[in-house]
Design a binder for this molecule. Sequence first.
Ligand SMILES: O=C(CO)[C@@H](O)[C@H](O)COP(=O)(O)O
Length: 216
Amino acid sequence: MSCKIAPSLLAANFGCLREEINRVNDSEADWLHIDVMDGVFVPNISFGFPVMEYIKELSKKPLDVHLMITDPAKFINEVKDSGAYIMNVHYEACLHLHRTIQQIKECGMKAAVTLNPHTPVILLEDIIRDVDMVLIMSVNPGFGGQKFIENSIEKVSRLKELILRKNSSALIEVDGGINLETGKKIVDAGADVLVAGNSVFRASDPVEMISKLKML
Ligand SMILES: O=C(CO)[C@@H](O)[C@H](O)COP(=O)(O)O
């Protein structure tokens, strides 16, 4: 079975967003990955809800929304209205993660929890059956184009073991520094979904690169 691919729009040319999103529409990509940053939780600011509304109108792919913001529970309704299919919240940003996950699901979205590189997967032991997906950051969040952290491979294996042991149906998504080489290693370790920014949008043929990643 091939993995799912979610191109990360952060690496697109924002000057021609329509064309970039249309490339993804015409590809075998499964989802479109949207990174929202607040300049507090991460040292960068990307874009907010008005831009997401525009992306929603253009994208034919479900939106996989990664919130790199403090207290994401405050914005569940706005994220839903902006067209999210999946809402990813950081473990490190949620004081009451279980409640936030329930609220996301009640709102009609899939719920995912994201782990920074330093956060161990064992902390998810008591919530792994409640989430639809775990997003493992394989770079420190905030910027595209960073080097893949090799420890993420072992971390994905440990997460896969936890999912099997707890009889959870959570998918494993990995984000940061993913290309054909790192993507292969991470899929072999158990990843179900690959987020890829620069390797897709800076490729000479993004549509072909998405097909190649999907075959890993
Ligand atoms: O969330 C993030 C960065 O914070 C990622 O989604 C990056 O946008 C991935 O970009 P590449 O590392 O694949 O270029």
